[in-house]
Each structure stands twice: as structure tokens, then as C-alpha cells.
Design a protein around this ligand. Structure first.
Ligand code: EPU
Length: 429
């Protein structure tokens, strides 16, 4: 089934002040689904991914697999992949530009074919985002690595186990290394790895495929195999989508129940919300109830690697803190340029100043509707949240960013009572 989402110039028009309440189901995780799609390159057997979100990034990852020679079918949120026809080892530039997670094809292509040619991603709006750690790992693993004409060329003659320590904690860096090592016989060790739940979901899949993997602290031991099998896997719920609805619930003040959540994945987010005065409680095995009916307290937040406070929730919290009395501070430690939503929030009446990596947020009584531009995925979400509580009409432009990572966000918000509409750009007035 072809997705209906595309890179068209559309906007979201939001009438602020609607009462949000009810139940909402969170989709499968984008950042877990993407590496799992690339893991299929490691086998020639059929693979089934369940609860995959309907997103542009997922479409792009599948398109890349198709270019490499795989076949796939999408039925609702289930993706069936037949990777037996993969013969190409080169990833074109246009697809990497659309989705930087395409760099996750390096590990499995090198693992299965001993060579890979992948377009080098440029920087992106949130930072320079180098991939030096990925390349340092491949070099240590014995691959010849060269960068020519905007492409990374990787080649390895004999695959050998390796011990490698990352200089810094990187999510896709850890995933690329895991994807390669799952195909390498003998025991390898990765130190200073990322522990994000999305990385652990990939570990789960690679184990289903036949790799032996153990984790102790920030150290992974991997014993790979040449012949990896297909898999059937349900991806974990999207913790950032769940976190975004938690903030929506806090802002709305009415009760929202968020279904399909692993609350352990949201520990740092829930801790911050609780400090803020938001009530979050578990309902059954996999749901969270959120409401707010008391005073709101300012916060000091610093983003860090999991299990710390996620950078992917920073923008949404900035919106919440912009209407929280007192002065809050937010330090962005992961990406050097992830404050672009601040100037847009200020256009809506927020009072936020930035000094280096720190934002000082002085709470105001009210945000006011305005036309604002999305600059990246999570910035877009923060502006939608702002629009929901602003007085008057907010128009959020360039929402293809949102479509990359939030599955049917406006439909879900509408069901909760939001007055929100998707319109072609130019027809929003
Ligand atoms: N870094 C390097 N060298 C490297 C790799 C990373 O200097 O070789 C730096 C980055 O520039 C950054 C920091 O290390 O300053 C952490 O980057 P990381 O590699 O962990 O980020 P990523 O793997 O590129 C993933 C998610 C991001 C999420 C970050 C941090 C995927 C596809 N992307 O990116 O998700 O913000 O981890 O948790 O998993 C999003 O979903 O909106 C998003 C941006």
C-alpha cells in the first residue's frame, strides 16, 4: 500500500484554546524502525516488521532498499521485506539528502557484500552532525575507508572481530557498528555505546537473526554469524511521540490517556513533568494518564544521552516552560544548533533568550497565534503545541518536517479535541 504522505508545501492551521482530552495511541518508533529496516540487508530471508509508523523517513528507507534490489510490501503498519534480491552496494545522494539515517546502510552492506558506497550526509539544521565515529569504527574493523566525490567508500577483505571504544556516545554510530558486527564471526566488543531504547530494539532484532549479543554497562559484546536469518518483530512504541502527548496533556490541563507506551523509556521526561507539577500515572500495563490542575513550577533541564533527558524532547518542553511562571533554563548538550524553535516561539509572545547552549525562559501568561516556520522535526512539534494553547490562529509552515517523524499527528490531536487542519500552502488565510 502506497503512503499518502509527501513533500508537498502544506501548512497546519490551528485554532488555539480547544480543550484536549481523551485517549490516543502512540505509533511504533521511527528511530527504532529505521535501523531495523536496514538490518534486513544482512539476510536473504523474509523479514516482517510490525507496528511500523507511516512516515516519510520510513518510506525513504524502503525506497532505498528497493533501489538496492529488495522487494517489500506494506499492509497497514506491517512491512514485509524480501531482501534476497539485494545486489547493489551503492546508496545514491538524493536519498541520503532526504534522510540522513540512510548512512545506516553502511554497516549491513559492508557486512553482507564486503563493500559499500554511501553518499556522505551534509550537516542539517540542528548541527554539523559529523560521522567520524562511524568511519573510525569501520577503519578499526579493518575496512579501507575513503571519501571521494561526496561518497564514502568502504571495503573489507577479511571480516575480523574487533574491540572498539567510541570517543563519544552516538546512537546511529553504535547501530552502524552493531549492524556490521552481527555478520562477523568471533567475539567483538564495543565500548562507550549508546543505550537508547531504539539501539536496544535493534539488538533484539539482531539476536532474533542469530547474533549473540550481551550488554554490561556501556559495553556490548557481539558474536556475529555469516548466515543470519529473517525475523518477525514488533517495534517498540515511539517514546518521543508519547512524550509530546504528555506535554500536550500538561498544557491542556484536562485528562489524556496515552496508550502503547513503555513508561520506563520515559523516566527522565516523567521526572521533569512531575517536578513541573504535572500529574502522570500509569494505567494498566502500557498506558499513561496525564493531567494538570495545580501550580506550574519552572525547571532546569539539561539534555543528555539516554537515560538522561532526550534532546528530542527539548523543543516541546521549551513550549511548556514558555507559559510556566518563573524563569526556567534549558541546556542543549547534544546538538549545537537545536534552538531554532526559540525565535518562532518568541514571535508567538514567548520571552526566551539564548546564551550559547543555554536558553533562559521567562514564563508569560499567554502565547498568541502567528505564522511560524518549522525548521526540523521536533521544532515543528513544539510549534504545534504552542499553537494549541495560543490565543487565535497559528499557521505552522513546512510541515514535511513533521511528516518525517510524527504518524498522523493532526488526526490524533483532532480526536483529542484540537481544532487543527492541514491545508495547501497559500490557502491558510
Ligand atoms: N557525533 C559526532 N560524530 C559522530 C557521530 C555523532 O561528533 O560520528 C555527534 C553529533 O554531532 C551529536 C552527538 O554526537 O552532537 C550525538 O549524535 P548521535 O550520533 O547520537 O545522533 P544521531 O545518531 O545522528 C539519533 C536520532 C536523532 C536523535 C539523536 C540523539 C536517529 C535516526 N536519529 O541521531 O533523532 O536526536 O540520535 O538522541 O536515530 C529525531 O528523531 O528528531 C532525531 C534527530
Amino acid at each position: 500500500m502506497k503512503s499518502t504522505i509527501s513533500y508537498t508545501s502544506e501548512v497546519l492551521r490551528i485554532e488555539g484554546g480547544a480543550r484536549l482530552s481523551g485517549r490516543v495511541r502512540v505509533s511504533g518508533s521511527k528511530n527504532a524502525t529505521l535501523p531495523i529496516i536496514f538490518a534486513t540487508i544482512l539476510t536473504t530471508q523474509h523479514c516482517k516488521i510490525k507496528d511500523a509508523p507511516d512516515l516519510l523517513d520510513v518510506e525513504n528507507a524502503l525506497e532505498l532498499l528497493r533501489i538496492l534490489g529488495a522487494e517489500y510490501q506494506k499492509e497497514g503498519n506491517e512491512i514485509l521485506i524480501d531482501p534476497s534480491g539485494v545486489i547493489k552496494t551503492s546508496t545514491p545522494e538524493d536519498i541520503v539528502r532526504k534522510m540522513r539515517a540512510s548512512i545506516l546502510s553502511m554497516g549491513p552492506l559492508l557486512g553482507r557484500f564486503r563493500k559499500a558506497r554511501v553518499s556522505l550526509p551534509g550537516g542539517c539544521s540542528i548541527g554539523a552532525r559529523p560521522i567520524d565515529q562511524h568511519l573510525k569504527f569501520f577503519e578499526k574493523a579493518g575496512a579501507r575507508v575513503s571519501v571521494r566525490g561526496g561518497f564514502v567508500n568502504l571495503e573489507v577483505n577479511t571480516k575480523k572481530p574487533v574491540e572498539f571504544t567510541f570517543d563519544l556516545i552516538t546512537v546511529t554510530g553504535t547501530e552502524n557498528a552493531l549492524l556490521y558486527l552481527a555478520s562477523v564471526e568471533g567475539q567483538s566488543t564495543l565500548k562507550n555505546v549508546a543505550l537508547e531504547p531504539e539501539v536496544m530494539d535493534l539488538v533484539h532484532v539482531l539476536k532474533k537473526m542469530g547474533a549473540e549479543i550481551t550488554l554490561e554497562g556501556r559495553e556490548l559484546k557481539i558474536r556475529g554469524a555469516e548466515d543470519l536469518s529473517g525475523f518477525n518483530h514488533r517495534v517498540i512504541p515511539d517514546r518521543i511521540e508519547a512524550g509530546t502527548f504528555l506535554v500536550a496533556g500538561s498544557l491542556s490541563g484536562y485528562e489524556i490517556v496515552i496508550e502503547n507506551v513503555v513508561s520506563a523509556h520515559l523516566k527522565s521526561v516523567i521526572e521533569m513533568l512531575t517536578q513541573h507539577g504535572t500529574h502522570v500515572s500509569e494505567e494498566g500495563m502500557d498506558s499513561l494518564r496525564v493531567t494538570h490542575n495545580g501550580s506550574r513550577k519552572p525547571l532546569h533541564i539539561e539534555t543528555s544521552e539516554y537515560p538522561g533527558f532526550p534532546t528530542d524532547m527539548q523543543a516541546q518542553f521549551c513550549t511548556m516552560l514558555s507559559v510556566t511562571p518563573g524563569t526556567s533554563t534549558v541546556v542543549e548538550n547534544i546538538f549545537e544548533n537545536r534552538f531554532q524553535h526559540i525565535s518562532e516561539l518568541n514571535r508567538m509572545g514567548a520571552n526566551i533568550t539564548i546564551k550559547g547552549r543555554k536558553a533562559f525562559i521567562r514564563g508569560v501568561d499567554q502565547l498568541w497565534g502567528a505564522t511560524v516556520n518549522s525548521t526540523d522535526l521536533r521544532a515543528s512539534a513544539s510549534l504545534v503545541l504552542a499553537g494549541l494553547i495560543a490565543r487565535g490562529t497559528t499557521v505552522v509552515r513546512d510541515i514535511y518536517h513533521l511528516d518525517r517523524g510524527y504518524d498522523k499527528l493532526e488526526e490524533k490531536l483532532k480526536k483529542l479535541g484540537a481544532v487543527i487542519e492541514r491545508l495547501p500552502e497559500g490557502q491558510e488565510i
